[in-house]
Every structure is written in structure tokens, then in C-alpha cells.
Ligand binder design. Structure first.
Ligand code: HEC
Length: 192
């Protein structure tokens, strides 16, 4: 004879299964970042104007958690906290810990200021190269109004004003020539 199970028992066992089933699988959604406060500090090196490749850099230091990786402008995260080759501008730097908790900070990279040797050369150019090369003057296809034009022409300025000594036509003092030489030897950059 065939056994039958009453429908009421079937239903209640199904409900029990559903009840305990649900209870077993539901884990409360805990935000792993709830008690994590990440703090970012930064150190910036300005980029040097007039150079063909930007030289700014940002190093960010994160604290408040562990296992940090770092990114710039929402890009891929990397293990190094230093970002180099940066042009002047504003960057959003990020840090992410081992649990995926993140923090960002906006950091500005500026332009390096003129160095003492360049400042000396600039002053020689301003006082000695006159309208031949300044105020739009373009003798020998050389105009030195812009700081970066002086930087770009460092070699020809060195040759004509120091080695050959025939520029400007009235000549430079020994001190002025020594100042040009000092700038050339320092690296002839805007920041030197
Ligand atoms: C009275 C005008 C005059 C003054 C002042 C003068 N120059 Fe010139 N310069 C010229 C002329 C003209 C030429 C083109 C003929 C030549 O190359 O000699 C020239 C050419 C040059 C050249 C390009 C030629 C090359 O060899 O590449 C450089 C660089 C230069 N001058 C640098 C200077 C600098 C730097 C000063 C200031 C410290 C200066 N000059 C002052 C008239 C002047």
C-alpha cells in the first residue's frame, strides 16, 4: 500500500527549509572601510621649464591602514608611491589599502623658479644684446626675448660670447663671460 504524506506537513517542512535556508546564507553587509581612516600627505618636486621632458614628481605617503598601492588621476594602481615625469598641473592622487579602501588628494605640480646662474645670464642678455636680439630683434635669426629661447640657444651663446668673444660686438667683461661659463657648466637649464 502506498504511503501518502499530508500536504500540511509538506508545506511546513518547505517553510522551515526556506526559513533556515535564508537565515544560514544571509551575512550582514559590513563595510570593511567603516573603521578605516586613511590620511595622505605629499611631497612635490616642481618641473623645470624649457626642458623637452617634464621633470616634476609627486611622492604620496598614506597612513591609517596597510598594504597600500597608489594611483594618479584614477589610473592603474602601482606599488611605488612616487610618480615622476610630471608636467606642471593638478593631479588627483589616490591610495588604496589591502581591503580596497581608498582615499584621494588633489596635488599641484608647479614650475621651478629661475636658478642663480640663469638669472645672471638673463641679466647679461637684457643689458648687452639690445634690439639686435631683443624686443622682437632677430639678427642672425636669434631672438632672445623668451627665457626658453635663451635656454635653447645656450650653446651658440657660449660659442659667440665666450669662446669666440665676438658677441656682442662691443664684447663682455671677464666677469660676464665667467657667469655664462658657470651657467653652462651647471647644466644650462632654466633652474641652474
Ligand atoms: C649690435 C647688434 C648686436 C648685439 C648687441 C648682439 N648681437 Fe648677436 N648678432 C648680431 C648679428 C648682426 C648677428 C648675425 C651675424 C653673425 O652671426 O655674426 C648676430 C648673431 C648672433 C648669434 C647667432 C649666430 C650663431 O653663431 O649661432 C648669437 C647666438 C648671438 N648673436 C648672440 C648674442 C648675444 C648673446 C648677445 C648679447 C650678449 C648679442 N648677440 C649681442 C648682432 C648683435
Amino acid at each position: 500500500m502506498k504511503k501518502t504524506i499530508p500536504v500540511s506537513i509538506l508545506l511546513s517542512s518547505l517553510m522551515l527549509t526556506m526559513f533556515f535556508g535564508c537565515k544560514k546564507t544571509s551575512t550582514p553587509a559590513v563595510d570593511p572601510c567603516l573603521n578605516t581612516t586613511i590620511t595622505i600627505t605629499n611631497s612635490v618636486t616642481a618641473t623645470v621649464p624649457c626642458e623637452s621632458t617634464p621633470s616634476g614628481s609627486i611622492t604620496i605617503t598614506a597612513s591609517g591602514s596597510t598594504g597600500f598601492t597608489y594611483n594618479k588621476n584614477g589610473g592603474a594602481y602601482q606599488s611605488s608611491n612616487t610618480f615622476t615625469g610630471l608636467a606642471a598641473g593638478v593631479y588627483t592622487m589616490g591610495a588604496k589599502d589591502a581591503n580596497g579602501c581608498t582615499k584621494t588628494q588633489v596635488v599641484s605640480v608647479g614650475n621651478a623658479t629661475a636658478g642663480p646662474n640663469f638669472t645672471n645670464v638673463k641679466s647679461i642678455v637684457s643689458s648687452k644684446c639690445g634690439n639686435c636680439h631683443l624686443n622682437g630683434g632677430n639678427d642672425g635669426s636669434v631672438n632672445l626675448d623668451a627665457d626658453c629661447s635663451i635656454v635653447a640657444k645656450w650653446d651658440r651663446i657660449n660659442v659667440r660670447c665666450v669662446s669666440q668673444g665676438n658677441m656682442p660686438p662691443q664684447g663682455l667683461t671677464a666677469t660676464q663671460k665667467a657667469q655664462i661659463t658657470a651657467w653652462v657648466n651647471a647644466g644650462h637649464k632654466f633652474s641652474d
